[in-house]
Design a protein around this ligand. Structure first.
Ligand code: NAD
Length: 255
């Protein structure tokens, strides 16, 4: 039996990037997946390619009513026991130049969208008998950079939300964790100022001096979704090549 057989997962932002690779990995490992995204053409094409185990639904994570529709689609495929809150946007803006609209937009999608998802799956996961909610935060949910006030606030916020939800929902066997990717080779990464997609130069002083691959994050999510992770909740799981551990400084001795 495959590792995720019997699991049905909603993956937000599943039409491209890390979410799409996660959908592939989950289907390969036996799960049913609902690819939930605002990108209809890409999402539908991916669902068609993945076959019977995948469905697409248009979901704007900021819209609670659309969440109810996504849950209904998932429950038509099987008991809903996995949610991956992966949808997100990245905006670089100095605080002094950022409008309230710009700030709130990032918070609304990245943080409130995640909250909407958690709320929407509580009853379905109680019905399923257990669940795993995986919130895709970032290294910027553990540290920060200039021009990332909104993004870092949203990704740190996801950590607090995760811990609170984990404490509230543990007695229903619903686990809630954050995953903290470092630089991962997706569209978002290619425009994020850390170098073009695939460029490793930015990471030369990291423990693992290269960009990460979406599959490496998907593998962590697969672990957290699986029954191998049944005693892990309210925790942070880094997939960052050691970024959060610190940097190798050229002027100090190395092994
Ligand atoms: P991406 O831009 O390729 O994918 C993001 C997806 O989210 C897209 O499919 C987009 O359509 C979707 N989305 C955006 N707004 C939405 C909304 N309102 N409702 C539903 N879907 C929406 O980026 P990615 O690199 O695959 O990022 C996935 C997640 O990983 C994001 O939360 C991001 O912040 C996080 N992350 C990425 C990196 C990186 O280096 N790529 C690093 C750390 C964290």
């Amino acid at each position: 039996m495959a590792r995720l057989t019997g699991k049905t997962a909603i993956i937000t932002g599943g039409a491209q990037g890390m979410g799409a690779v996660t959908a592939r990995v989950f289907v390969e490992q036996g799960a049913n997946v609902v690819i939930a995204d605002i990108l209809e053409d890409k999402g539908q094409a991916l669902a068609a390619e993945l076959g019977e185990q995948a469905r697409f639904i248009r979901l704007d994570v900021t819209n609670p009513q659309q969440w109810d529709e996504a849950v209904a689609v998932a429950e038509s495929m099987g008991p809903l026991n996995v949610l991956i809150n992966n949808a997100g946007i990245l905006v670089f803006k100095a605080i002094a130049e950022q409008s309230m609209e710009e700030f709130n937009k990032v918070l609304n999608i990245n943080l409130t969208g995640c909250y909407n998802g958690i709320r929407a799956v509580i009853e379905p996961m109680k019905r399923a008998g257990s669940g795993s909610i995986i919130n895709i935060s970032s290294v910027d949910g553990l540290q920060a950079k200039n021009s990332l006030s909104a993004y870092a606030a949203s990704k740190w916020g996801m950590r607090g939300l995760t811990k609170s939800a984990a404490i509230e929902l543990g007695h229903y066997k619903i686990r809630v964790n954050t995953v903290h990717p470092g630089g991962i080779d997706t569209n978002m990464h290619s425009t994020d100022g850390e170098g073009s997609s695939g460029a490793d130069a930015f990471y030369k002083n990291h423990a693992l001096p290269r960009v990460g691959q979406p599959q490496e994050v998907a593998n962590m999510s697969a672990f957290l979704a699986s029954d191998e992770a049944t005693y892990s909740t309210g925790s942070e799981f880094c997939v960052d090549g050691g970024w959060n551990a610190g940097l190798a400084l050229d002027f100090l001795p190395k092994s």
